[in-house]
Design a protein around this ligand. Sequence first.
Ligand code: ACO
Length: 334
Amino acid sequence: MTGKATIIGTGSYLPRHILTNQELEKIVDTSDDWINTRTGIKTRRIAGAGEETSIMASQAAYKAMEMAGVTALELDMIIVGTITPEMVMPSCACLVQKEIGAENAFAFDVSAACSGFVYALEIADRYLKNAPDMKILVIGAETLSARVDWQDRNTCVLFGDGAGACVVTGSKAEDGLLASQLYSDGRLWQLLSLDAVPRRYCPVVDYGTVPERNSFCDGSAFNMVGKDVFKYAVREMGDAVENLLNREGITVNDINLMIPHQANIRILKSLAERVNLSFKKVYTTIQKYGNSSAASLPIALDEANREGRLQKGNLLLFSVFGGGFTWGVVLWRW
Ligand code: ACO
């Protein structure tokens, strides 16, 4: 013993195609005003040809490795949080390994829905406690648009695609992962679910300018009880934040920035209110990118990093919630 995870490089990739609320008005019975008021989302990114999950993940990884000054051959491990890999086997992480040429790494996916990136980060931290010299690529990447029912206005307005990545290694200094707590409750699985579907029945579609409904996805798109998801997300993330801060003897005023999973601006405002954190200290990208599940937090982290919002010594809070249910919170010294 003992190291702990510290981030030495971040990167992200967003698909080129921007889908606006106005374009969605032409597909389903909705309005810019409804979407904006209920979710805070104005646009989202939709992956097209050449922007499969592993490709976006690899593009994000290149940027993170460049910032970290780490080559692909120096990587020991690759973990991808995703619920939308191209294939069940091989994993998205193995496809990333092939794509970037990380021949010395071992690679696997983590399936924890919107919590996937934080679950992966926590696994990396456990390895680094015993082997602090390891260089680990931790990624969240999703192509949710391929699994959305584009006639279901309850869900199709919410989701977007993208990838975010971090290069993580061990630190014995102040910086890095200070504390974390993960949770899941499989009893509540029916409130948010997505069937497993063979890829040939659910191909990634090149949407062009406007998504067309993928009829092959009938019955295999998102099932969601939105109001319950909202309620549980605020309550469980709120309790998780309070429990972790109490356990670590830290007050909410000590937090410099919360970088949460980007699900809905109202969830984030309710969460901030519940834990008495000023909303000015909550970093959001939901307006631009919608909900990109496991990718949303590492994309936000990369943007905050590149904008100069993260100063050395800052105390960060990562907070996530997703299907399963899964959720978790991480306290991080930048
Ligand atoms: N446009 C217009 N009307 C719509 C739309 C739409 N896109 N979607 C639903 N409606 C209608 C419904 O049909 C319903 O109409 P009805 O009352 O005539 O039956 C009405 O709007 C529903 O209104 P509310 O129930 O008041 O909507 P609510 O305020 O609960 O907002 C929402 C719905 C946005 C889905 C909200 O419940 C939510 O965000 N929940 C969390 C879901 C979530 O974040 N899921 C992502 C995955 S989980 C995660 O990432 C944490």
